[in-house]
Design a protein around this ligand. Structure first.
Ligand SMILES: Nc1nc2c(ncn2[C@@H]2O[C@H](COP(=O)(O)OP(=O)(O)OP(=O)(O)O)[C@@H](O)[C@H]2O)c(=O)[nH]1
Ligand SMILES: [Mg+2]
Length: 341
């Protein structure tokens, strides 16, 4: 199941208590205080990984705790440190403190680590209190409490290209022919209920990651259809690829109108999305009505400055070209970013 939000309590371990004891050995008189310090409590650490793609592990876990440090020992031995509690989350996870609403960290790289709650230090053992005036202190300190927080984990996928379009335009079919992803494909709207990611090879260059976002309709930003819950995944993609189709028999559908309506949705959600590099993919070019409309559509979108390609995911016509077309869009974006630095 795709889960992209979770709220949990995280508690670091308490430090171990200091020990109060005296050195008692044969032939040693007045051995002196020798109780060790408590061990440090375990931290709660969040680590980004590529091995999971949703936050479903945290859907039913409400509280996650690290272990406490052990009490100090005899002979000034420090108690054992408590074990850390490690939370593995997918790359692209943002961590917020729910009390302050402050973004604590955005985990964008594999292996990136963040200590969200520090374990408490161990308390002092009584040997620490030895002095000229008090040679037999019994004083110790208890371990310090570990930090506690209530945090929200939020996943925003990081993809190079997001396929955006009305339901049933063929987004899932496209990702299935371009990449290793195998999403469900259906002749009914909203077949895709959660985003799919796929990796697409790009010649001698680096592979790129493509996301198939569930279908959008007018009013999505107000909760129509599957609503805005998936629009946020588009926020972190470099290139928005609008997938359009020529529909006959649906008076309220038209490829240009569809495009304009979805641009409005993106704008209402986050106006910055309009400045994102975009391309247009006309799918279903195996159908006669699509081929007939192609020239006019190409002229329209190219006039807007949008690279345009017509493909058929069903017959795989022009799919190899699409693979490079999208890679070029991503790569040019990279070059531009390098140049801006
Ligand atoms: N003729 C034709 N049909 C296609 C083509 N690509 C996809 N389809 C069909 O269009 C329908 C919808 O395809 P999907 O890939 O599930 O569409 P989607 O955009 O992912 O739809 P949602 O997940 O509901 O948003 C399916 O019946 C596909 O077989 C194509 O190139 N030509
Ligand atoms: Mg789909």
């Amino acid at each position: 199941m795709f889960v992209d939000e979770a709220i949990i309590d995280v508690l670091a371990g308490k430090g171990g208590d200091g020990m109060s004891t005296f050195r008692t050995e044969k032939y040693v008189t007045f051995g002196g205080p020798s109780g060790g310090d408590g061990g440090k409590g375990g931290d709660v650490i969040i680590i980004a990984t590529n091995n999971c793609h949703t936050l479903s592990d945290y859907r039913h876990k409400r509280i996650l705790k690290a272990k406490p440090g052990a009490m100090g020992g005899r002979a000034q031995m420090t108690g054992r440190n408590g074990e850390d509690c490690v939370l593995l989350v997918p790359v692209g996870t943002l961590v917020y403190d729910t009390e302050t609403d402050v973004l604590l960290v955005d985990l964008v790289e594999v292996g990136q680590k963040y200590v969200v709650c520090k374990g408490g230090d161990g308390g002092f053992g009584n040997y620490r209190y030895k002095s000229a005036t008090n040679r037999a202190p019994t004083k110790t300190l208890p371990g310090w409490p570990g930090e506690e927080k209530n945090i929200k984990l939020e996943l925003k996928l990081i993809a190079d290209v997001a396929l955006v379009g009305y339901p049933s335009v063929g987004k899932s079919t496209i990702i299935s022919v371009l990449s290793n992803a195998r999403p469900k494909i259906g002749a009914y709207p909203f077949t895709t209920l959660s985003p799919n990611l796929g990796v697409v090879p790009y010649g001698n260059y680096e592979d790129y990651v493509i996301a198939d976002v569930p279908g959008l309709i007018e009013g999505a930003h107000e909760g129509q259809g599957l609503g805005i819950q998936f629009l946020k995944h588009i926020e972190r993609t470099r290139v928005v690829a609008h997938v359009i189709e020529v529909t006959v028999g649906y008076p309220d559908r038209d490829p240009i109108k569809d495009y304009l309506k979805l641009m409005k949705e993106l704008e209402s959600f986050n106006a910055e999305l309009l400045n994102r590099p975009a391309v247009v993919i006309l799918n279903k070019s195996d159908l006669l009505e699509t081929r007939e409309a192609e020239a006019e559509l190409r002229a329209y979108f190219e006039k807007l400055g949008l690279p345009f390609i017509a493909v058929s995911a069903a017959t795989r016509d022009n799919i190899k070209e699409l693979q490079y077309f999208l890679g070029d869009a991503v790569y040019q974006r990279n070059q531009k970013e390098d140049w801006e630095k």
